[in-house]
Design a protein around this ligand. Structure first.
Ligand code: ZN
Length: 140
């Protein structure tokens, strides 16, 4: 039984296909659109930390997915979640959370820095890294 990655609602309906033919779903409760990750691969904390760093480099999302051997669908979901977790003042106006998956799907081969709404997410990520580095320096 499917549940919504945002609100865990089980009230899901099929919502057509994304351009590569994968089945798209729509949560009837919160409006989130999502594609089910067929691999169900568990991504470790270390891998996520590395992906965070790669996101700050001039690489395409597709390049990160290939390098880290994660599915594009997973990476899309990860970025959507990062984007959603940004404080309001950092969040750009478009696209909203429910449109984010479809939006990223379109931009997958672009360099990350060409994906405008992602920039704010990336600024936040680099601030987080900065914080980690500073803490590390202070401890040592
Ligand atoms: Zn939902």
């Amino acid at each position: 039984m499917l549940s919504c990655p945002s609100c865990q609602s089980k009230s899901i309906k099929l919502n057509g296909h994304i351009h590569n033919g994968k089945q798209n779903h729509l949560c009837k409760d919160c409006g989130r659109q999502f594609v089910v990750n067929p691999e169900n691969k568990v991504i470790s904390k270390q891998e996520k930390a590395l992906i965070d760093k790669l996101l700050l480099e001039k690489i395409s999302l597709a390049g990160i997915a290939r390098t880290m051997e994660v599915s594009e669908v997973w990476l899309q979901g990860y970025i959507s979640d990062l984007y959603a977790s940004c404080p309001e003042d950092l969040c750009a106006t478009l696209p909203d959370q429910s449109a984010m998956d479809a939006y990223l799907e379109d931009k997958f081969d672009k360099y990350i820095y060409e994906i405008l709404p992602l920039k704010k997410t990336l600024i936040r990520l680099s601030l987080l890294h900065h914080g980690r580095i500073l803490r590390h320096l202070m401890v040592n």
